[in-house]
Each structure stands twice: as structure tokens, then as C-alpha cells.
Design a protein around this ligand. Structure first.
Ligand code: NDP
Ligand code: 8X3
Length: 250
């Protein structure tokens, strides 16, 4: 298959870093972004392929547009955007959550994803070629206590992905929502604001999805024959399933 140019948001940890490694293995060109510049530098050094790094906060629309406008000529024609940057904050019930946590999730998971999508989509439409791969979540389809705004942001990502498909059909631009379940990365450390023990407990006695598992799914989705669009792909750890409805009895 021909070499792809892949733009990954949130490449400094978890799924994003694993996805970078997966594409690098087959020598695709990478644009890696995230806020932690030193991690981007280290990843660039590690990977045996062409890498361009951009320290970037996806919540900053101007910075996103400027970063895309300033891409070097040999990285300009982005084939695949992996909208991966995102986070959950807290598990408190709705009436106890700090509004600023809700705002951070909305600003990152929804608005940041929109900024990156539009900044790169214009070029994809002009070139008549592209693929937007969004990181949704099972939390966008199934409710759970404390999932309030996090799950709602991922429901947005799911519906936005489907609506993008509707806008782009016939233009040779694919859109996919990758929706993982229980997966061990830095996700829970971030959710519990640095409490590593609490984060570890989330995965205790389980065999969760790994970042490499997710990266493999993203890679497969991006390299699948061009006549097929994988709309949504949901993956759960084999040890995870569904519970009955919660009925409060008198
Ligand atoms: P990690 O916490 O391991 O990685 C998150 C990445 O997002 C980091 O690279 C971080 O980089 C980046 N990021 C966060 N905020 C910003 C920001 N404002 N600007 C730029 N980058 C940002 O989590 P995962 O790898 O697990 O999560 C990746 C995606 O997958 C997220 O969208 C998450 O919601 C989703 N997901 C996670 C699941 C899980 O259980 N782990 C399951 C389903 C979906 P930096 O801090 O350097 O900016
Ligand atoms: C992350 C999965 O179940 O913690 O999106 O919300 S979950």
C-alpha cells in the first residue's frame, strides 16, 4: 500500500502513542501532536519513519489552524486524521461535578475535535482524498453512573462522525468512529486527577483492552480497501459486558 501521511492528536500517551508506533512500523509519515513537547520529542527519536511534531493544545482553535497552515510541504497532504486527544474528568454524579471539569471535557472532546477536523478537512476535500478517524467510546452508547458529560461528549462524536459521512459521501473521504470500552492507558490517572492507586483499581483483576489493541483497529480501519467505509467499530474487553437496568425498589 502507498505511504500515508497521518496526523494524530494526543500522541503523547495511550492510544495516540500506540497508533503512532503502529503506523511507523509500516513507514507511514506522521504528524504527532499533544501538549507535552518532551514526549513528542522522545517519540520522534524512537520512531524509524518521517515524523513532524507539533506541541499543540486542541482547545486552541487559532493554534490548530496555524499548525495546519504551517505544515512543511512534505507533510501538507494529510491522508488520515486520527482525532484521539480527549479525556474524562471525575466520576461524580451530575450535581456534584465542578462545572470547569464539564467545560474541559466539552472543550477538548467536542470543540477540539471540531477544530482539528475542519482545519484538515478543507485540504482533504480539495485533494479528493482522506480519512477522519475519531475516538468515540462505549460511553457514547451506554450510560453509566458518573459518565454524565464524558459519555455525552462521546455520543456527540458518534453522531458527528455519521453526519460527516453524510456530508462527504462521494468525495472519497472516509469517516470512522472507533469506540473502545475498558482500556488501560493514562485515561484513569487523568480521570482521577493523578490518583494512580485509584486509577489502578479500575483495571484490577481485569484483562483490559491495551493501547496496542486500539492502534491495531485504527490501522486496520485506515488501511482497509478504499471501497469500504467502516462507519463505527465498537470493541470491548472480553471481560466487560452489560448490566441489567438499575431499578430502585421501595
Ligand atoms: P490517555 O490519557 O492515555 O491519552 C490522552 C491523550 O490526549 C494524551 O496524549 C494527551 O496529551 C491528549 N490530550 C488531552 N487533552 C489534550 C488537549 N487539550 N490538547 C491536546 N492533546 C490533549 O488516554 P487514552 O489514550 O486512553 O485516550 C485517548 C482517546 O480515547 C480519548 O479521546 C479517550 O476519551 C478515548 N477513549 C479512552 C478509553 C479508555 O478506557 N482508555 C476508552 C474509549 C475511548 P497531552 O496531555 O500531552 O496533551
Ligand atoms: C472510556 C471508557 O467506560 O471508562 O471511554 O467510559 S469508559
Amino acid at each position: 500500500m502507498s505511504q500515508l501521511t497521518v496526523f494524530i492528536t494526543g500522541a503523547t500517551a495511550g492510544f495516540g502513542a500506540a497508533t503512532a508506533r503502529r503506523f511507523a512500523k509500516d513507514k507511514h509519515k506522521l504528524i504527532l501532536t499533544g501538549r507535552r513537547a518532551e514526549r513528542l520529542e522522545a517519540l520522534k527519536k524512537e520512531l524509524d519513519t518521517d515524523v513532524h511534531i507539533i506541541p499543540l493544545d486542541v482547545r486552541d482553535e487559532k493554534a490548530v489552524r496555524a499548525a495546519v497552515a504551517a505544515l512543511p510541504d512534505n507533510f501538507k497532504n494529510v491522508d488520515v486524521l486520527v482525532n484521539n486527544a480527549g479525556l474524562a474528568l471525575g466520576l461524580e454524579p451530575a450535581h456534584q461535578v465542578a462545572m470547569s471539569d464539564w467545560e474541559t471535557m466539552i472543550d477538548t472532546n467536542i470543540k477540539g475535535l471540531l477544530y482539528c477536523t475542519q482545519a484538515l478537512l478543507t485540504g482533504m476535500v480539495e485533494r479528493g482524498k482522506g480519512h477522519v478517524i475519531n475516538l468515540g467510546s462505549v460511553a457514547g452508547s451506554y450510560p453509566y453512573p458518573g459518565g454524565n458529560v464524558y459519555g455525552a461528549t462521546k455520543a456527540f462524536v458518534k453522531q458527528f462522525s455519521l453526519n460527516l459521512r453524510a456530508d462527504l459521501v462521494g468525495q472519497n473521504i472516509r469517516v470512522t468512529d472507533v469506540e473502545p470500552g475498558l482500556a488501560e492507558s493514562e485515561f484513569s490517572v487523568v480521570r482521577f486527577k493523578g490518583d494512580a492507586d485509584k486509577a489502578k483499581d479500575v483495571y484490577k483483576g481485569t484483562d483490559p483492552i491495551t493501547p496496542d489493541n486500539v492502534a491495531e483497529v485504527i490501522y486496520f480501519t485506515a488501511t482497509f480497501p478504499a471501497n469500504v467505509n467502516i462507519n463505527r467499530i465498537e470493541l470491548m474487553a472480553a471481560c466487560q459486558a452489560f448490566s441489567p437496568f438499575n431499578v430502585v425498589r421501595k
